[in-house]
Design a protein. Sequence first.
Length: 215
Amino acid sequence: MNLPFFGTYDCLADSASSLVWVSSLDHPGLRKVTTILHLEYGNFPFYFHQFQTTILHRGHSLVRQKANEGIYMNLLGVNLVFVLLAAVATMVVGFLWYSPLLFAKPWMLAMGYDPNDKAGLDEMRKGAGKLYGISFLASLVSAFVLAKVVAVTTVTSIPYGMKVGFAMWLGFVATVQLTDMLFARKPFKLFLINTGYQLVCYLVMGAILAACGHH
């Protein structure tokens, strides 16, 4: 554990809900400085709460200072900040994947749209905001579930996180998309474009969520 103060830390208490560490060191002008670092895991409202108390010994009196207080959102063992980052990353990948730089034109042709039909393109853009919003919510759900899998498997390295993402894509995303393509009689090229996007998303999310294990 990377503790914020110099000195020797001794573990005073260790339980499923909290950790208490204590450190004592001499400080110029003071007889002793005692630092208590208390890590507490709360079930409701789902947070990771860290606070630190410094006791300054001035003669026979004690001056207590509370510092570095922070709340890190945590739900069911999942860091929600990293879930949000992973979901945002999928949107960035999507904007690039379906942009004119990559697969915008092949995707439109496979969907049966005319890239030169400006009126049709303008009609498509009218409801784009709502579609992007729903897509982002779906990405949040996917990122949360993947984060839980990463947490349960105790993966903390980016390469292994990407392996978990690949496994999730192969077992639960590509197969569903392939079945949908077959019965909906969609072009195979469209399947490749869409499932390729999902593959990249799950690899990126797996890498981000595995990096969460270092924090």
